[in-house]
Design a protein around this ligand. Structure first.
Ligand SMILES: C[S@@+](CC[C@H](N)C(=O)[O-])C[C@H]1O[C@@H](n2cnc3c(N)ncnc32)[C@H](O)[C@@H]1O
Length: 420
């Protein structure tokens, strides 16, 4: 193939990618659409075919010693989602945290020559590549900085937008300090093992979310890195993960998998393809022992969370010596019913507690606009915080609050049986 043919097919694939992002609802504004139609993604992914460069998928850049991605060019649909959340306009000053080159070029397209884009990465290889690709693609006006973004990039602050493209567990004070008046931080924030891309704006001494969207990102390295606590229940095959805080008396769960699980069913059904992203957020708000369950099936059947005809989800909760996790069973051809399986002396009760919250979610929160998040300085007293879940991080206290409902707390009769 000649260079000209290559270029023609790259241009065609680029338009097809943009068409797909528009028709899929990922791009919703003309500004973001124009950027995707303009920036040649293949120039930021020289090691892969044109088809791969223009697929709506990540392009791998680097893995760690366990094979886990630590740097990628993010999937276009996730980039579109965050760019829409950012609501960029020409002339803005933007800090991108986590580099690759391509997303910085998309930002540069939208803010135009009157704007300023700085991109920062902790990894010198990523920075070298990004600088080279940005130059080749004609975006040498993007400032490329090698640093741990925990401290932000004070030299180019303040920023109208800080766009974080790596999974964060907390919001370091530098990001808030370096945000311009009326500015916005878009950040994939991990709370109790669940990540949402939040668009956060300052209100006085705290930040308030304007939107929260489902997403996935590689984990933050450096000073902001945070590891979950794992409590192994059977070898390394079955574990409970605690991302914020830990169990007070984890040893009480020793041997908990020896017994027969108890099941409870909610009568609440969903279409198999229907999203229910707010359910784990509601569970973590309502169930103080909320955690996630990790099951490794690579060494054979772990005997837990393997269910006939249904699926399990990694959302779980612990009460003392017992735990339960969310599961499903078929309910007709295209629907499934939510339920829970519990282990331990009070496994049945814990499973019922999950089922109660599934019903509450179904009644009050399933169809609504979902919760809002706020982020407060770490020393904010409890009585100042809004009602809802409070998650205490290293630098901040994060809250998850739900819209008011008319008659909260009333039980809803459901046809399904419990404790089968
Ligand atoms: C998903 S990639 C960024 C993708 C990029 N924005 C693009 O154009 O698609 C995430 C990046 O975050 C970087 N990173 C991780 N921890 C960091 C930290 N503490 N400070 C700065 N960069 C960090 C990684 O090295 C990785 O390159």
């Amino acid at each position: 193939m000649t260079d000209n043919t290559d270029q023609a097919s790259a241009a065609e694939l680029r338009q097809e990618l943009a068409d797909g992002l528009v028709s899929g609802g990922h791009i919703t504004s003309p500004e973001v659409e124009a950027a995707f139609r303009a920036v040649p993604r293949h120039l930021f992914a020289p090691g892969v075919s044109l088809e791969e460069a223009y697929a709506d998928d990540i392009v791998a850049v680097k893995r760690d010693e366990h094979g886990v991605y630590i740097s990628t060019i993010s999937a276009p649909n996730i980039q579109a989602l965050q760019l829409e959340q950012a609501e960029l306009t020409p002339g803005m000053r933007v800090l991108e945290i986590g580099s690759g080159g391509y997303n910085a070029a998309l930002i540069a397209e939208i803010v135009g020559p009157g704007g300023e884009v700085t991109t920062v990465d902790i990894d010198p290889d990523v920075i070298d590549r990004a600088a080279m690709f940005l130059e080749t693609a004609g975006y040498s006006r993007v400032r490329v900085v090698l640093a741990d973004a925990e401290g932000g990039v004070p030299e180019s602050a303040p920023y109208d937008r800080i766009l974080v493209t790596v999974g964060a567990w907390d919001i370091p004070p530098a990001w808030i300090d370096q945000l311009a008046e009326g500015g916005r931080i878009v950040v994939p924030l991990r709370v109790k093992g669940v990540t949402r891309s939040l668009a956060l704006e300052r209100e006085g001494d705290h930040l308030v979310s304007r939107s929260q969207r489902v997403c996935g990102f590689v984990k933050m390295q450096g000073a902001g890195a945070h590891d979950e606590h794992l409590w192994l229940l059977r070898g390394t095959q079955v574990a409970l993960r605690f991302d914020d805080g830990n169990l007070a008396e984890p040893h009480k769960l020793n041997g908990v998998l020896a017994g027969t699980p108890a099941a409870a069913w909610s009568g609440v059904t969903v279409e198999r393809t229907e999203p229910f992203a707010n359910l784990p957020l509601w569970m973590m708000t309502a169930l103080p022992g909320y955690c996630t369950l990790a099951v490794d099936t690579s060494d054979g059947d772990p005997g837990v969370a393997v269910e006939e005809g249904g699926r399990w989800f990694p959302f779980a909760t612990v009460e003392g010596d017992s735990f339960a996790y969310l599961s499903t069973r078929p309910a007709g051809e295209s629907r499934v019913e939510f339920g829970a399986h519990g282990y331990g002396p009070r496994g049945g009760q814990v499973a019922k507690a999950i089922v109660e919250q599934v019903r509450r979610w179904d009644r009050d929160y399933r169809r609504g606009r979902g919760p809002s998040f706020t982020v407060w300085p770490i020393d904010t007293p409890e009585d100042v915080l809004p009602e809802g879940a409070v998650i205490t991080k290293r630098h901040t206290r994060v809250t998850i609050s739900w819209p008011e409902v008319e008659a909260p707390g009333q039980a809803v009769p459901h046809p399904s049986s419990e404790g089968e």
